[in-house]
Design a protein around this ligand. Structure first.
Ligand code: PBG
Length: 336
């Protein structure tokens, strides 16, 4: 085979030169994942005493609902792999209309935070998810009247919840409810109580997504009527995400989050380029479940797809990644 006469091979660019050697490829790598990027989500379930200490979530292989004792063991494992941060979700024994176990001083998350801080001190950054859907009997992220999800009533409860987490010793709070004005209310409540140094990571651009399905099984938080479209964002919107992020920053968010991650890489990139605050992305339960399921069927290479997904989230502009893959990925990074 020869090239056509009118095309001179002497003149072409040869980007392949930098891809020929593994060491050289490593040197020109633009995005580098690190275990330091990860926050590992954990589900702490009240009242597991007398039952098995932990139970795997069927649609999330490797992820468990577990007692505080079991969670402490898993945190130890995280630390040994270099994963130094977790975000805690609580599953209370009793749910009610207001989600009162969310802000109870002896609620499951408050107890778990105390235990984790006692066990690990400043070696582990303990983040708490601030939301009501795991705690309300109707499964919405704020109180309801008829079919209406009540914004301002929700904000007041979220502020109390964040404060109770702070009092338990949480290192950062992460409101995920998407009620308007909650970041400002949480900031003010924390400041008034002497927690002005406690950072807020806001779920700012959180979409009404089908990718949360497995989480709702894990956290037992499926809405009992309707859906979350009156508070979470429409997947079709991008400009609106910038508006949400802007508001959260104005209200006092230190870190802003985009969620889910992979179907919203364009949003991560826009937020990163528009604002000067660190961006987090939540690689959610459905994204995790799809990789696990396809890998089980032998249809994709688990580790390769996992690392490629996480790298793409970081490449898009996220500096923090909340992911159920944190331990798996950290183990691979450790070997490299
Ligand atoms: C609570 C909350 C949800 C997730 C994180 N916080 C569920 C939801 O909004 O329905 C989803 C996380 C995941 O899917 O991994 N509001």
């Amino acid at each position: 085979m020869t090239t056509p006469d009118r095309f001179s091979m002497d003149l072409i660019e040869r980007p392949r030169r930098l891809r020929m050697n593994a060491i050289l490829r490593g040197m020109v790598e633009e995005t580098r994942l690190s275990a330091k990027d990860f926050i590992y989500p954990m589900f702490i379930e009240e009242g597991r005493k007398g039952r098995k200490d932990r139970q795997e979530v069927a649609s999330m292989p490797g992820v468990h609902r577990q007692s505080i004792e079991a969670a402490i063991k898993e945190m130890e494992q995280c630390l040994s792999l270099g994963v130094r941060s977790v975000i805690l979700f609580g599953i209370p024994e009793v749910k009610d209309a207001l989600g009162s176990q969310a802000y109870a001083e002896k609620g499951i998350v408050q107890q778990a935070v105390r235990a984790a801080k006692k066990a690990f001190g400043s070696d582990l950054l303990v983040v708490t998810d601030v939301c009501l859907c795991e705690y309300t009997d109707h499964g919405h992220c704020a109180p309801v009247r008829g079919n209406e999800v009540l914004n301002d009533e929700g904000v007041a409860i979220h502020a109390q919840t964040a404060l109770s987490h702070a009092r338990a010793g949480a290192d950062m709070v992460a409101p995920s409810d998407m009620m308007d004005g909650r970041v400002g209310a949480i900031r003010e409540t924390l400041d008034d109580a002497g927690f002005s140094g406690l950072p807020i990571m806001a779920y700012s651009a959180k979409y009404a997504s089908g990718f949360y399905g497995p989480f709702r099984e894990a956290a037992d938080s499926t809405p009992q009527f309707g859906d979350r479209r009156s508070y979470q964002m429409d997947p079709a919107n991008s400009d609106e995400a910038l508006r949400e992020v802007e508001l959260d920053i104005e209200e006092g968010a230190d870190i802003v989050m985009v969620k889910p991650a992979l179907p919203y890489l364009d949003i991560i990139r826009r937020v990163r380029e528009t604002f000067g605050v660190p961006v987090a992305a939540y690689n959610v339960s459905g994204e995790y479940a799809m990789v696990k399921a396809a890998a089980r069927l032998g249809w994709i290479d688990h580790d390769r797809v996992m690392m490629e997904s996480l790298t793409s989230i970081k490449r898009a502009g996220a500096s923090i990644i909340l992911t159920y893959f944190a331990k798996d990925a950290a183990a691979i990074l450790k070997d490299q």
